[in-house]
Write a protein that binds this ligand. Structure first.
Ligand code: G1P
Length: 285
């Protein structure tokens, strides 16, 4: 997405926020890995002239590869040479002016070509911690029922104004399950929020959403909102809220970014032990 990552300035001034490292990999690599693990093989980046570093990351780098090969650094060579598994392709389309998330998604309409599609917002990392791939569960539910799937997570009442908020027909779904939605509203005031189930940034959608986006006027923040197109979809077709099993890290905020670094450092096969010691040391002051 073409957002400039203002919450992470000045770090994101000359590096796309999606390329900021979480330990030793850029954030976008975790997101693409999540998609690949869910069985997605065609990834469409909605990008911007200032974000070519993202496309380059998923491309080869012959000079670097030759150098690593000459030095016998085979471990690193494997990581650099194969950023994607066989059969997975990353392409990009440009958004131009950042007119909102709905506008960004709409840029992919030709690439999506009338197929159901998944939307992943790269600010948010999702780690299932071995509990099961949430995105894969959502795709399975969509395939079985035809109902669009929107991943949701509870947030404290004082934070509902920052998110899309789901309005459910009945009780909230159990973790790993979905429940019918009767509405969704973008960034409501606390007193107007229909629940405290926030839209996390993972969606499995039918192709018709692209047509709805074409007719969606600017909404909250004067931006074309994906949430508004989904509110229209709910009037026409089944849409379900999927309660996640995993946990999220909002890397668009400083706290979330730091939390992600600590989380992934502790899990890292090479430096997990060192990270644990360093955190313990920092706690001792
Ligand atoms: C976007 C969506 C919002 C969703 C949020 C998740 O908002 O419009 O519905 O809850 O992402 O991070 P943004 O954070 O781009 O303002």
């Amino acid at each position: 997405m073409a957002g400039f990552g203002t919450r992470m300035l000045p770090a994101s001034k000359s590096i796309p926020k999606e390329m900021l490292p979480i330990v030793d990999r850029p954030a976008i690599d975790y997101v693409v890995e999540e998609a690949v693990n869910a069985g997605i093989t065609e990834i469409i980046l909605v990008s911007h002239a200032s974000k070519t570093a993202i496309e380059n990351f998923f491309d080869g780098h012959p000079e670097l590869e030759a150098q690593l090969e000459a030095k016998g650094k085979t471990d690193l060579l494997d990581k650099v040479r194969k950023p994607l598994p066989d059969g997975v392709q990353v392409i990009s389309v440009r958004q131009g002016p950042p007119l909102g998330l709905g506008h960004a998604v709409w840029q992919a309409r030709n690439a999506v070509a009338g197929e159901p599609f998944v939307v992943i917002l790269p600010d948010v990392l999702v780690d299932d911690d071995g509990r099961g791939n949430d995105l894969a569960n959502m795709i399975r539910r969509f395939d079985d029922s035809g109902a669009a799937q929107i991943m949701v997570e509870k947030v404290p009442d004082e934070l509902v104004h920052k998110y899309g908020i789901a309005d459910l027909d009945g009780a909230p779904p159990a973790a790993g399950d979905s429940a019918p939605m009767r509405g969704v509203v973008e960034k409501p005031a606390r007193e107007d929020a229909p629940s405290n189930l926030s839209v996390v940034g993972r969606y499995v959608l039918p192709p018709g959403v692209m047509d709805l986006l074409a007719d969606t006027p600017p909404g909250a923040g004067d931006e074309i909102q994906l949430t508004d197109a989904l509110a229209t979809l709910i009037q026409q077709a089944p849409v379900e809220a999927y309660a996640m099993l995993g946990r999220t890290f909002d890397c668009g905020s400083k706290e979330g970014y730091l939390e992600a670094i600590l989380h992934y450092a502790l899990k890292h096969p090479e430096i997990g032990g060192a990270a644990k010691d360093l955190i313990a040391q920092a706690n001792r002051g």
